[in-house]
Design a protein around this ligand. Sequence first.
Ligand SMILES: [Zn+2]
Length: 209
Amino acid sequence: MILIGTMNLTGTRDRGNFYCPTCAVTQTYRLRARRPWLTLYFIPTVPIGNAELFVQCDTCRSTWDPSVLEMDQQSHEALREEQFRDEAVRAAVLVVLADGHISESEISALQGIASHLLERQVDREELGWLCSTAEQSGVEASNYVLTVSRRWDANQRTKALQAMFLAASAEGEMGPKQINTLAKMREILQMSDQQYQGAIEQALDWETV
Ligand SMILES: [Zn+2]
């Protein structure tokens, strides 16, 4: 019996410095190529398929598409901020949906919160899409925020909490599930009682403006 198989071989093509989005500083990297080979008796004989190139940070070992090398710190930060805004809007939508429905006044409140607090325009179509994907996935606001907030800085955490609070209180009275979700956010967002309270107070000021 002839033993035929495949294996991936990875080699280093280049080295240099780049801005690593995970480490958030300039690090050294290796440009690596991974290519599948046909093996005979476990010995690689012929390459099959094209080499797949990726960049690996020498420090944190994260891997990236080679296009990461074309981005500087500024574009990464802009991208991260944009991603934060999307995530905060989604978190606010999930808090609104925690009581099982979304009303007209909540829809306009979400639009106002997104454009004033998060500087991001959200049209009704996008909100509708966010609501239906949220309902389909069944993800809870607290689980969602727990996952995405790891990338948020202190300022972003405050803004996201304010967005969620304002969205939940848009109809005046919060449902028990909404209160429960917002209470959990203090721990999830790793805020002190003082920070949490300060953020809510600031949001209340904002609301009356
Ligand atoms: Zn790194």
